[in-house]
Ligand binder design. Structure first.
Ligand code: HEC
Length: 214
């Protein structure tokens, strides 16, 4: 009895050590995957989606999928020195921003006198243009009179854009958002599979020993 118990205990311990070793190895393999082929590794996609992009390369559409309007409203405090956003609000140093999302760049805004560089830019304030503008107004329109350094965090820009969009625009969010969400879900499935072999090894090793002993 003693002996058998010790043997079994030994195998359980051994299986545990193997299990630990395997999980260390597999986590190393998945980390390597992550560095080399972020699109392919199940863990990599899931991790990137959760951590908000380790490299900071997340696209604005993806960032908007998890953006928080109330965070954007708070961030708008950075803009209120120059902008109002309420419907019919006055133009100040900068133009009123009610319903600006989806509008032509530097058109209208109650006769606000835009700089010639922004007025001549062309295009409209879609999500991509707003993202570039808020990241660096000067890079977007060199010579603009909006003296604002820009927001370096894509999450902050996404939150702010979602908030701007909620103020009179309500442009549908980009399709990429749903695709990114689907990709994140797909990524979760292989991750669950990868964990299984480690558990099996630990569970089967003592069972195999129990047969000859009994
Ligand atoms: C220091 C003052 C100032 C601050 C701070 C500021 N802006 Fe501006 N903004 C301006 C000025 C001035 C313009 C007009 C730029 C031009 O004509 O070149 C402008 C233009 C804009 C436009 C273009 C409007 C249109 O109809 O084309 C948007 C959008 C905008 N700002 C958003 C923001 C947001 C969002 C913030 C906060 C993160 C912000 N601004 C912070 C001064 C400011």
């Amino acid at each position: 009895m003693e002996d058998r118990f010790n043997t079994t205990a030994g195998w359980v311990l051994f299986a545990g050590i193997i299990g630990l070793g395997l999980s260390a190895v597999s986590s190393r393999i998945y980390h390597a995957d992550k560095a080399e082929a972020p699109e392919e590794g199940g863990f990599a996609i899931e991790g990137a989606a959760e951590a908000g992009g380790e490299s900071g390369e997340m696209g604005i559409a993806e960032a908007m999928a998890s953006a928080d309007v109330s965070k954007g409203e708070k961030l708008f405090a950075k803009c209120t020195a120059c902008h109002t956003i309420a419907q019919g609000g006055a133009n100040g140093i900068g133009p009123n921003l009610w319903a600006v999302v989806g509008e032509g760049i530097a058109q209208g805004r109650g006769g606000y006198a835009f700089s010639s560089v922004l007025a001549g830019h062309g295009g409209k304030w879609d999500f991509e243009n707003l993202d570039a503008w808020l990241k660096s107004p000067r890079a977007f329109a060199n010579g603009t009179k909006m003296s604002f350094a820009g927001l370096s965090s894509v999450e902050d820009r996404a939150a702010l854009i979602v908030y701007l969009n909620s103020q009179g625009s309500n442009v549908p969010l980009p399709e990429v958002v749903t695709q990114a969400a689907a990709a994140a879900e797909d990524g979760a499935a292989p991750a669950a599979d990868a964990a299984a072999p480690t558990d099996d090894t630990a569970a089967e090793a003592p069972a195999a020993e129990a047969k000859p002993a009994g």
